[in-house]
Design a protein around this ligand. Sequence first.
Ligand code: SAM
Length: 320
Amino acid sequence: MIADKLGRRFNNLRVSLTAACNYACTYCVPNGKRLMKAQNELSAPDLLKITQLIQAVTGFEKLRMTGGDPLVTPKFEAFLLGVAQLPLTDFSLTTNGQLLLAKEAVIVESGIKRLNISLDTLNPLRFKQIARGGDLETVLKGIERMLELGIAIKINMVPMRQSNQEDILPLLDYCLERGIELRYIELMRMGHLNQDSVYQSEFLSMQHLLDEIGTQYSFERTDAPFDSTAVRYKVPGKGYFGIIANESEPFCTSCTRLRLSSDGYLYGCLSNTARTYVGDLVDEPTDVALPKLEAILTKALGDKRLAFQGETTVMKFIGG
Ligand code: SAM
């Protein structure tokens, strides 16, 4: 097993099925353009083959499909059903939720047990301003349907001082009422935000969020798994919420994530542009591909940083 001096190993693969997204969130898509794929994206069978090779080398147990938005691509069905056959302790999906109702049949068929849905506001106008695509009503209906089906949901919100600060408490109310765990994600210096004054004016820290939540709820910090990205809080008698505090409390020293982009590159760290193309390994016999991949993965593990430093890579290309 490949591990580094801190005991970090790859146990969590994030696969970006496509860079195309039906939203163009202000903090993620710099040019505001929707549905832009990456060049030379791999097919579902090729992404699945690489996934299996990576599992053979690392023994990873958890996989998350992401993007872009994984539900916009016709690859989604084949990849999801393929992943459902792998020996994993957990597979899940991050989506903006716009197409959940349209994809209900395959979601049920796959047996997936949990989903992360990104939702930054419950206000239709602010929704349009931030997401720049889709509509709020469809997402809310999709969430209700997934809950009816017994699928556990976490909602991801990126709180921002000027864009959606007034949604911090209403979204928590909405989630606690429905048994949903809300994850506030501190705004990250990714892509166009890396060197941008907008980042400073929009960023809200974990302490700011806790202060605001404390005006309405009492809460206590609870244990989270070793490789969890979130600091988790219990609201007694009501439920849980978490904060992914990339800046305030970085989790890099226990990070077990590896990212495979839709165009076939492996990234060992979200805060490092270093990447290696592995799309060509699908044409190699397995006994040739595996040692090559082991060397690539050893290098990728060495790319992991000790703290998030900001990064020019656009999130939608490598998956959140
Ligand atoms: N389209 C899917 C979605 O909306 O969940 C999956 C891809 S999206 C890139 C994954 C996550 O990354 C979303 O929860 C999104 O809010 C988050 N994200 C993107 N850019 C971010 C940034 N600069 N800071 C914090 N979170 C970001």
